[in-house]
Design a protein around this ligand. Structure first.
Ligand SMILES: Cc1ncc(C[n+]2csc(CCOP(=O)(O)OP(=O)(O)O)c2C)c(N)n1
Ligand SMILES: [Mg+2]
Length: 566
């Protein structure tokens, strides 16, 4: 029998490093069910097909998988409708830049009876939005619509080459049903390795030595990052740089990765950026709001950018200044800077750096003591969110992975995170609520031996189709613990609305549209999806419930602890 097109597609996926396919059902992408089952039946290598009950969970799971070190992941979804159902996860994908291959079905255009997979149902006329690719192109790095003249294996190899190359991102192959069910051409094709991935890049040595001298001479050097830790190997390098430079580090409320140990003396203990005379931006999209306020560097500060995308090229208008922009693979840039700073330091500048580091140590100790004391002393019912974050911090082992989508309570979650292990903290780089449940599921598949814990706001939690994610977590063996901060409201519709319309009509009416109280029963939903759920509203029950939830996940059952917070 002649092979169908799905065969070289999957073959090239395997060769290109795809180990998992998050799959949401459709009458086009069903070809992957058949092809993967065929391979498994014959003992041939195949990506693992992970069924997801909602496309947005599938795409978020692919990102979580890649973030947690699983490598490039693939997602398959039906025509326009299934692909649109990925919804806000498209935005997240664009901003996170994780390598993901999207396989989107598309309706056949062959007339009835002419070709296998052709139009045999009225929907195939209705599902043609003229040019499906344009719906998603703003979020993609690369896309192609497969035709029957293409070499299918080459198309996938090329898609994976682009997706995996830095700065990595999303590649989509649109698959018309009659094309993908057609016979595969008997053509050889290169795999992604043969096409080749670009080597890591090194920074310009002159720019690095100039920057090193500027850092050594600065009175108040500050580093802003957010995502430098996306390559876990950078964490010890950033730490070394920070300690050698005596530089303050800020993530200014936007921490996408563990960049430096959560309780490092120089992290979040320094002054506002307005006090800096030198600012180094490392892998951070928008490091401050350029409003001339105390949280933005002063006009005369030296500003340098270093890392994977120093132009922030995927944001159209960026007015942030720079004296130096040094493009490089972040780890190479940091290593070069550390070496250059060793040379640039004089005994005087080194002593000043050490004095700042010593000051950071004092501040860190005081900060930790104060934060912990506040969390313990906080009133008990409804629970103070600081207490939840504190207990979570105590619960997590160093190798646990924490995913943060806690919105207004995220600062507490970050403050009480105690971990220092690279690759142990993730938040999304975009703003699309609902990332967490899918991402937690994907992370668990990538790192099955680690505890995976999601901290989420209740509004964002519900945005992410949690029931669909929990079902897959249960049945695909990818259990995680979700800790939901239940306040029955969106801070956008309450705090923000109250800020801009103080004493206004919305406030007087109790913020309709901002409040959803009583909130959904997240614990009951977990049970309905095959998980374990617990709702609590007393601070003294938090630690026990979290421990119990985590224990369930270690037994293979996804768990939800919904805590009523103030
Ligand atoms: C998909 C999506 N819809 C809407 C928003 C706008 N938004 C930003 S924060 C927020 C509130 C989140 O509520 P919740 O998760 O309950 O956290 P809380 O504000 O209570 O801390 C909303 C609706 C968004 N970012 N993403
Ligand atoms: Mg809320």
């Amino acid at each position: 029998m002649m092979a169908e097109v799905a065969e070289p597609l999957v073959d090239a996926m395997v060769a290109g490093g795809v180990r998992v396919l998050f799959f949401a059902s459709g009458s086009d992408v069903m070809v992957f069910q058949e092809e993967i089952a065929r391979r498994e039946a014959h003992g041939l290598p195949a990506p693992r097909l992970v069924p997801v009950l909602h496309e947005t969970v599938g795409l978020n799971a692919a990102m979580g998988f890649a973030m947690a070190g699983g490598g490039v992941a693939a997602v398959a979804a039906h025509v326009d409708v299934g692909t649109l159902n990925m919804g806000a996860a498209w935005h997240t994908l664009r901003r996170c830049g994780e390598p993901v291959l999207i396989l989107a079905g598309s309706p056949p255009t062959s007339e009835p009876g002419v070709r296998r997979g052709g139009r045999d149902h009225p929907v195939y006329w209705l599902q043609e939005p003229v040019d499906q690719r344009t719906l998603f192109r703003p979020y993609l790095k690369w896309d192609w619509r497969l035709s029957s003249f293409d070499n299918p294996g080459l198309v996938v190899s090329r898609a994976l080459q682009i997706a995996r190359s830095e700065p990595s991102g999303a590649a989509m192959v649109t698959l018309p049903r009659d094309v993908v069910m057609g016979q595969a051409p008997d053509l050889p094709y290169p795999d992604t390795g043969r096409l080749g991935l670009p080597a890591p890049t090194h920074p310009d040595p002159e720019a690095i030595s100039r920057l090193a001298r500027l850092i050594a001479d600065a009175d108040c050097p500050m580093i802003v990052t957010g995502a430098s830790g996306r390559d876990p190997r950078t964490v010890p390098l950033l730490t070394e740089l920070v300690e050698l430079a005596g530089a303050w580090v800020t993530e200014s409320g936007w921490r996408e990765r563990l960049n430096i140990s959560s309780r490092h003396p120089m992290l979040a203990t320094g002054p506002a950026l307005g006090a800096a005379d030198l600012v180094l931006v490392v892998d951070r999209h928008i490091p401050w709001v350029p409003d001339g306020g105390p949280d933005a560097p002063p006009e005369d500060a030296t500003v340098a950018w270093l890392g994977r995308d120093v132009l922030v090229a995927d944001v159209p208008i960026v007015e942030h200044p720079a004296d130096l922009r040094i493009p490089c693979t972040t780890g190479n840039g940091l290593a070069a800077l550390v070496a250059a700073l060793r040379d640039a330091h004089t005994p005087v500048t080194r002593r000043r750096a050490q004095a700042r580091l010593a000051e950071g140590r004092r501040r860190r100790a005081a900060l930790d003591t104060r934060q912990d004391a506040e969390a313990i002393a906080a009133p008990g019912s409804p629970v103070d969110p600081r207490r939840v974050a504190y207990e979570l911090g105590l619960l997590l082992g160093d190798d646990a992975i924490l995913l943060d989508e806690a919105v207004s309570n995220a600062p507490h979650v970050r403050a009480h995170h105690r971990g220092g292990r690279p690759g142990s903290f993730f938040a999304q780089s975009g703003s699309a609520g609902g990332w967490g449940s899918g991402a937690a599921l994907g992370a668990k598949l990538a790192a099955p031996e680690r505890d995976i814990v999601l901290a989420s706001g209740d509004g964002f939690y519900w945005f992410g189709s949690p029931g669909a994610a929990l079902w897959t977590a249960r049945h695909a063996g990818a259990p995680y613990l979700a800790v939901v901060f239940v306040n029955g409201r969106y801070s956008t519709g309450t705090v923000q609305a109250g800020h801009f319309y103080p004493g206004g009509y919305a406030e007087a009416a109790g913020f309709p549209g901002g409040v959803f109280d009583p909130p959904p029963d997240y614990a009951a939903e977990a049970a309905a999806a095959g998980g374990w759920g617990r709702y609590i509203d007393d601070a003294d029950q938090v630690a026990q419930a979290l421990r119990e939830g985590l224990a369930r996940t270690r037994e293979g059952v996804p768990a939800v602890v919904a805590v009523r917070v103030r």
